[in-house]
Design a protein around this ligand. Structure first.
Ligand SMILES: C[S@@+](CC[C@H](N)C(=O)[O-])C[C@H]1O[C@@H](n2cnc3c(N)ncnc32)[C@H](O)[C@@H]1O
Length: 183
């Protein structure tokens, strides 16, 4: 049976970097990507922001095992070149990452503990209402001051303050993005 929540889409790295900066990542913060797919958003977060830990959680093996690490050196190289940083021959892309502690787990995000997250991202575009309810439930377990970055679907709760809302480039089009602060 087709499950719409597993429909695939990926962030545009440059747009995602810009969006994530709206969540004001701070040195030592912990980052999670809820439904990390092949790791494009995860690696962008790790490349550019000084997280102490960046974790992707993905439910589908086919996405999880897709070798994002194989293409990411090239993608990150492009990004760093765009930022006027040249990768020397033999230098690993990971050396240029602001966060060196990057990992991915094959797990259902709604059954995994990510309550230590300071910045949590979900491309919630394909989340159905039941998933949104589960997601909100988990988000409310985050500490006060945590920032939640969400695509397409808004989160409405008195303990979440909307800090930013704008459209960003995504895949071949544009997408509505929200940044909330957990009160
Ligand atoms: C739209 S893709 C986003 C990929 C990546 N975060 C990005 O924005 O580039 C959503 C991903 O969420 C995954 N997903 C859906 N439900 C999930 C769940 N309950 N736990 C973990 N991952 C899930 C899908 O398999 C898919 O890879």
């Amino acid at each position: 049976m087709f499950n719409g929540s597993l429909t695939y889409g990926e962030v545009d790295m440059a747009a995602f970097k810009e969006l994530l900066s709206q969540a004001d990542p701070k040195e030592g913060d912990v980052f999670y990507d809820i439904g990390s797919g092949t790791g494009k958003a995860l690696m962008t977060a790790a490349a550019f922001f000084p997280f102490s830990k960046a974790v992707g959680i993905e439910i589908l093996e086919v996405c999880f095992f897709f070798p994002s690490l194989a293409y990411l050196p090239y993608a990150v190289k492009d990004l760093h070149e765009a930022a006027s940083v040249v990768i020397e021959k033999g230098q690993s892309a990971l050396e240029l990452f602001a966060c060196k502690n990057v990992s991915a787990v094959l797990h259902d995000s709604f059954k995994y503990d990510w309550t230590d997250g300071d910045v949590v991202f979900a491309a919630a575009t394909c989340f159905d209402d039941e998933m949104m309810a589960q997601y909100l439930d988990k988000v409310l377990k985050l500490k006060s001051g945590a920032r939640i970055v969400s695509l397409t679907r808004a989160l409405t709760h008195p303990e979440l303050r909307l800090a930013h809302n704008r459209r960003y480039k995504y895949a071949k089009g544009a997408i509505n993005a929200f940044v909330y602060v957990r009160l």
